[in-house]
Design a protein around this ligand. Structure first.
Ligand code: SF4
Length: 219
């Protein structure tokens, strides 16, 4: 294992719900914010989850050769900035992927008072940063961000001409079922999260196996 291990909530190899093209997502465990309406409350506590090194994660995320980009979310990516920067760097040694990163911090704060020593290194790897906490009252049901207070920063020009409207596009999401777990991937369109919760609850009541509904939004 090279580099410090990350504390990983989940990964998804090959999704079209988290940015342009086919991407792989990495959600970290632990977030210092407690947004009302957070769709990934299980991933807020700073508790041990899956421990994995950057090289292992880079290989895993690029296992599908269709993948042209990575999306980091959580949890709060900036709390594990150094490890994610290394994941991005090592992934780019395998393939020239683009990188999208969500954060509850504002970009100005990240630049002037980074909450983690690894933040500059991660920002240097990121093409598009979506910043700000999720505010349910400002959720307009559109875009690859959870609420209109969140801003899309093209830190490089790489995805600026991708014909992908980060702020106003019609939302889409995917549901991945693996054994007893269901994962909602993407920023859910209005009503989908409630439907997902109902479906998970219905399955839970019909089976003796534990069914865990792990939802995820992008703030
Ligand atoms: S919405 Fe995002 S920033 Fe807010 S508590 Fe949840 S994971 Fe943290």
């Amino acid at each position: 294992m090279t580099g410090a291990a990350l504390n990983v909530a989940a990964t998804r190899v090959g999704t079209e719900a988290l940015g342009p093209g086919v991407r792989s997502a990495l959600w970290v465990q632990g977030c210092p914010f407690s947004c009302a309406g957070c769709m990934a409350p299980d991933w807020i506590p700073f508790r041990p989850a899956r421990r994995a090194g950057p090289a292992e994660l880079a290989r895993e995320l690029l296992a599908d050769e269709r993948v042209t980009g990575l999306t980091f979310s959580g949890g709060e990516p900036m709390a594990q900035a150094a490890g994610l920067a290394e994941v991005a760097r090592l992934a780019r040694e395998i393939r020239d992927v683009s990188v999208i990163c969500f954060t509850g911090h504002r970009l100005e704060r990240l630049r002037t008072r980074p909450p983690d020593p690894g933040v500059p290194a991660l920002l240097a790897e990121v093409d598009v940063l979506v910043d700000g906490v999720y505010v349910a009252a400002l959720d307009d049901g559109r875009g690859l961000r959870g609420s209109t207070n969140q801003r899309v920063h093209h830190l490089t020009g790489r995805l600026a001409g991708a014909d992908y409207d980060f702020e106003h596009r019609t939302r889409s999401a995917e549901i991945a079922v693996s054994g007893p777990e269901a994962l909602l991937i993407g920023v859910p369109p209005p009503g989908l999260l409630d439907a997902f919760d109902l479906a998970v609850d219905a399955v839970r009541t019909r089976t003796t196996s534990p069914v865990r509904g792990q939802e995820h939004d992008e703030r």
